[in-house]
Design a protein around this ligand. Structure first.
Ligand SMILES: C[S@@+](CC[C@H](N)C(=O)[O-])C[C@H]1O[C@@H](n2cnc3c(N)ncnc32)[C@H](O)[C@@H]1O
Length: 249
């Protein structure tokens, strides 16, 4: 069977790969993974490194760090073609994906491209992975959503107007792709009285991970691999105010 497995390897700690993921990875003869630059290493490949073996062929797939449509579409087509070729030449093939395969993942576009190409006999299997958001919540003992609370997952907004629109939609917000936006986002959260109800999780699961209350992170640079979690309210069913309690960060 011509099998291509898209595998979520989790956000950083290699031990967060699933049992299903390991079972798919061990027999793979080709291991593909995204790289931001030709010749680059790739986060997903680094995370899965302890589980790979030297006989496996490595297939880096270049996905440029841009939102421009044309180079993205070209990269997805090219990646899909390379994967189809690898499945024909050296199956089974696994495409590694940082975190989960369905959340802001280049792999999602490749899956859509492959579905569009409708290759006969090509079977796709997606194995979910631990999201950075889930790992950050666990590492900080910070429940993502309680009772009827709404949880909004979004890229960090571009400006205060966009922030206010997002704050109006959910009690709990998980801002991804923070990076350069941290200095103004920090100011804006402070102005809205939310800085002390937020935390920053940077490079969760990596040796240099940083988990800090947002108020303790100065307005300097923040890694692209950071999340800002904001809780606007706790459910009224709680008999105490958790903001006064000790937390893991
Ligand atoms: C392209 S998205 C990938 C998300 C990934 N597929 C997932 O399931 O978490 C990249 C964003 O996810 C977040 N992220 C990914 N890995 C992270 C980590 N180890 N620590 C903190 N945030 C991370 C950051 O917000 C980063 O900008």
């Amino acid at each position: 069977m011509a099998l291509l497995t898209i595998l979520g390897v989790g956000p950083g700690d290699p031990d967060l790969i699933t049992v299903a993921g390991l079972k798919a990875l061990r027999p793979a003869r080709t291991v593909a993974y995204p790289v931001a630059q030709p010749g680059g290493e790739g986060m997903a490949a680094r995370i899965a490194a302890p589980w790979l073996h030297p006989e496996q062929r490595r297939l880096p797939l270049h996905f440029p760090m841009t939102t421009a449509a044309e180079p993205c579409q070209q990269a997805w087509r090219c990646a899909a073609r390379q994967l189809v070729q690898a499945v024909a030449e050296r199956p089974p093939v696994v495409l590694l994906c940082e975190g989960d395969v369905s959340l802001y993942a280049s792999a999602s576009y490749v899956v859509l491209q492959l579905q569009r190409m409708a290759i006969p006999q090509l079977t796709l299997r997606l194995i979910p992975g631990v999201t950075a958001m889930a790992a950050a919540a666990a590492a900080t003992h910070w429940p993502l959503a309680l009772q009827t609370q709404q949880l909004l997952t979004a890229p960090a907004p571009e400006d205060p107007t966009a922030l206010d629109a997002l704050l109006a939609t959910a009690e709990v917000l998980a801002f991804h792709k923070v990076g350069q936006r941290w200095p103004w986002l920090r100011d804006a959260l402070e102005q809205r009285g939310l800085l002390h109800q937020a935390l920053v999780a940077e490079r969760v699961g990596w040796p240099d991970q940083r988990l800090v209350p947002a108020a303790e992170l100065p307005p300097g640079a923040c890694s692209y691999f950071s999340l800002v979690l904001v809780r606007q309210a706790w459910p009224s069913v709680l008999p105490w105010d958790p903001r006064g309690a000790d937390t893991a960060v």
